[in-house]
Ligand binder design. Structure first.
Ligand SMILES: [Mg+2]
Length: 238
């Protein structure tokens, strides 16, 4: 049995698309008893789609670690369920104060705990002041390649993953983690898991990441995942 916990956007996807090659690689890993567990900032509803339809994928962590999603099972909260309306109000106030109004991510109806806004091409340097202002109001901000997330509990994909692994009896150090952006830092914290791998894209965000992966691929996005998947497959004789 093997285990890969991976971010989705910019790690499994390339230019926003889950390619046939990546879907095939996930299936090939599953056939060799390597479970791929998506750990995403995306909405619970969207992660449910991945869990239901990707070959061999049984469960996923959504909304930057707030919930565990399994097909045909009730959602499991991994953080305290928040007051989303209150978070949204404070987030809008902070952004308006900076002259930079935020647009709520249209997937809000698929979310259960997270408050996400469109990143809309903002550079890291433009989001960092929002994070600073949010921390003064007791909120946390983290961002991916596509969204800016505000939350009441610290967004920590890695803490959520540790809870899930412990509950299903998988040794943390046997798990390979992958990601591409600042919202993946929890997957990269030294000592939490087995090998941690970043796509090449982490290099561009490293100034805004408190932990960096042990290994960084030469490839970007889904091509990096394919490199890792092929290495795992070949190490298992495929
Ligand atoms: Mg990502």
């Amino acid at each position: 049995m093997g285990f890969v916990a991976t971010d989705v956007d910019g790690t499994l996807t390339t230019a926003g698309v889950l390619t046939a090659a990546v879907v095939e690689a996930i299936g090939a890993l599953a056939a060799l008893d390597v479970e791929v567990l998506p750990v995403s900032g995306r909405a619970a509803g969207e992660v449910l789609g991945l869990v239901r339809y990707l070959p061999g994928v049984r469960r996923g962590i959504a909304e930057n670690g707030q919930v565990l999603v399994e097909a045909d099972r009730a959602l499991t909260w991994l953080a305290a369920p928040p007051d989303r309306a209150a978070i949204e109000a404070v987030a809008r106030e902070i952004a308006a104060g900076q002259g930079d109004p935020l647009v709520l991510a249209p997937d809000w109806f698929c979310r259960v705990g997270d408050v996400a806004f469109e990143r809309a091409g903002r550079p890291d340097s433009a989001i960092a002041p929002l994070a600073e202002a949010a921390s003064q109001r007791g909120l946390h901000v983290v961002w991916s390649s596509v969204h800016i997330h505000f939350s009441a509990s610290p967004p920590d994909k890695g803490a959520a993953l540790m809870k899930v692994l412990d509950s299903i009896g998988i040794a943390r150090r046997s798990v390979l983690t992958m990601g591409d952006a600042p919202n993946d830092v929890g997957l990269f914290v030294h000592g939490r898991f087995g090998p941690s791998v970043g796509t090449h894209d982490v290099r561009a965000h490293s100034a805004y990441m408190t932990s960096l992966p042990a290994f960084v691929c030469a490839e970007r996005e889904g091509a990096a995942f394919l490199t890792v998947a092929r290495a795992l497959l070949s190490s298992r004789g495929a």
